[in-house]
Design a protein around this ligand. Sequence first.
Ligand code: SF4
Length: 75
Amino acid sequence: MPDGKPAGLRCVNLDETYRCTIWSTSEYPAVCRALNPEPEMCGADRDEALAALRELEARTQPDISLVPLQVPRMG
Ligand code: SF4
């Protein structure tokens, strides 16, 4: 995903068993390499991990109310 993975979308590098298909290759992204999962991120199962991920995504999404409104000039 050359422009990064948008929040909420499944990574294209996951296979059908949810394993990374590019792990340990030169294409493995630096952001993934730098991630150090903690037990609270992973939970006890996939459902808990997805809930934690949703929470992280919600807490870190940009506040679009802070983005200046772009009003097109007329004429
Ligand atoms: S480790 Fe990174 S590249 Fe691999 S599936 Fe997960 S998000 Fe995608």
